[in-house]
Ligand binder design. Sequence first.
Ligand code: Q9C
Ligand code: ZN
Length: 665
Amino acid sequence: MGTALIYDEEMTKYKLLWVDPACKIEVPERLTVSHEALVQSGLADRCISVPVRKATDSDILRVHSEEYLEGVKKTPYMTLEDLKEFTLQYGDVYFHQNIYHCAELAAGAALQLVDSVMTGQVRNGMALVRPPGHHSMRSAANGFCVFNNVAIAAQYAKQQYGVKRVLIVDWDVHHGQGVQYCFEDDPSVLYFSWHRYEHQNFWPKLRDSDFDSVGKEKGAGFNINVPWNKTKMQNSDYLSVFCHLLLPVAYEFCPDLVLVCAGFDSAIGDPEGEMCATPDIFAHLTHLLMNLAGGKVCAVLEGGYNLTSLAQSVCQTVQTLLGDPAPRPANLQGPCRSALESLHCARSTHRQYWPCLKHAADLPTSDISTKRFKLAEEKEDSDKEIVWPEPDKRFAPAVRAAVVLPDGVACPDGCHPFTLSEDLDPLIVNKLKEKFLKGADDRETLSTLSRLIALVDQMEKNEVCSGLALVPAITMATMCVIQHAASAPKNRVLVVCVGDWNVPKFTEDGKTLVMQFSNKVSEERASRYYIPLHLKKGFRDVSGFMQAVTGLLLPLGYQYDPSLVVLVRMSDSGLCDSVWQQLTGLLQGLAQGHTLVLMQDNEKDCVGPTGSSLLGDPAPSLGPLLAPLSEDVESVEKLRDKLKAEWKLLQNTAQDTGKDAGDCS
Ligand code: Q9C
Ligand code: ZN
């Protein structure tokens, strides 16, 4: 199942016809450079090209009023003077004789994308459109937007396909107030937006954009705003909000479809956003959404006004949708103080609606965030040219998932049986015999261990992306793999162990970080690089486990930035396939997708599901989650408290010391 790309040059054929400083950044080149970058990088060719269509009147009327539609319909026949006057009714938008036509196509593109995904023609996709949509309201154009493309697509998905729950993730740097207003009282659409706010001093300067706008009536809790009160937010700030707010809520909500208001004015270099997140962060934001809704993710372009940053960010997003491993995320030093304050406020405000946030801290007592105040003028450095390195070329190794299986276990479709091209290296064999076999000459075990070592080497060289091994002696195999991988100078290994195993002490030199989930481990042995998490019912409480994965394991993993993830599944783990596949899928955002899964040989039934996850197939939905067990939540929280000074990506309250928003120059 592929990735749809929807684009039509027709949507470049309108522009600002008069002088308006507020609108001059919304140019046709936004679309041409984005598309050209996809073509040049070869990504466009790998997508399934889906034609646009015109949204019908009845599609548009799903969200907009008849009077408004009738008004817009007249614009193709207007003189320049009429267009200017028509424009004056609205804020920060311009009209053109061809914009109605383009707006029909932009909304239609979003509908085509939903059709392609919902009918199973593709797994996911992106639509490159102009005009954008998320600011436009029932009866008003606004912020370069004419029709609300994503809101129309969400209503369409509900009405046409009977989709029960839609998640809209708005990572554009502006608040999509049009989307918020459209679904305020609708619990079937969860709208999440982060946006530059600066205590209501940043456009569109609405009180409604603050964290305390949570939705109305039945929809209370289904509108989540994270206002940024400072500029220069970085990768850590974005990832923190995903790990500690969006992901836990999204898993609890369990959408059938994910729509992304994919604006890239939240990336570095953008003149509107003035943020400092780098284009590669969009690979991770995309990846983290791709196991929701069975992988049904539709990204629709919104803003993005630095043409270089925009094109790079679009490529990162599409390449991730295509399934290529995400790049290693750079400089994740933890969120800044202002971001933590925003995250804290949003989490406390929503804890009454979402059991996964039940334990969030109280609102900070100095509730400055809810008040509007004029900011002290910051010294003007905006004309200083912001530069950042072009993201490294990403590529998927020829072998996506290599498997080491005992005789009689079938290789899952699409996986690659891993064999040694040469005879066993006598040097390695002797070392293995000495270290692991007490000198015994067990050919079978020696062959397995040698193959694992060769597999790790090929993963390190990026010839193989991920691996899966079913082994007779899992603890021995794990020790062997870890010792070998950590012996190379630049390597760092994240070991994730599910189930009972008395994990031996590794050297505490930072080259291995072990996180163990079990209902037997005790905190006593915890150390800097061995983190046990006791879960009362093991993995039978799915909510508690996912809480630990999103709020503990992912931030820890991102900050550690391993070169290899070793995922060890003990035979008693009791983890069901869908949870296991979510875990496997999410972990592949780390280490450029270099995940090596080790399982005891009596776990044959798990080979298929694991192989499929390693190939990048979406994990099945977990179903709406219940409240996690309070004991589990307490364990997770206790651990977070203990670790958050050292692992700053674990911080999620204003009290946790954050660094100030830095200077990204
Ligand atoms: N300094 C979208 O990103 N304000 N719309 C412009 C110029 C309007 C943004 C002020 C920004 C609208 C889709
Ligand atoms: Zn925007």
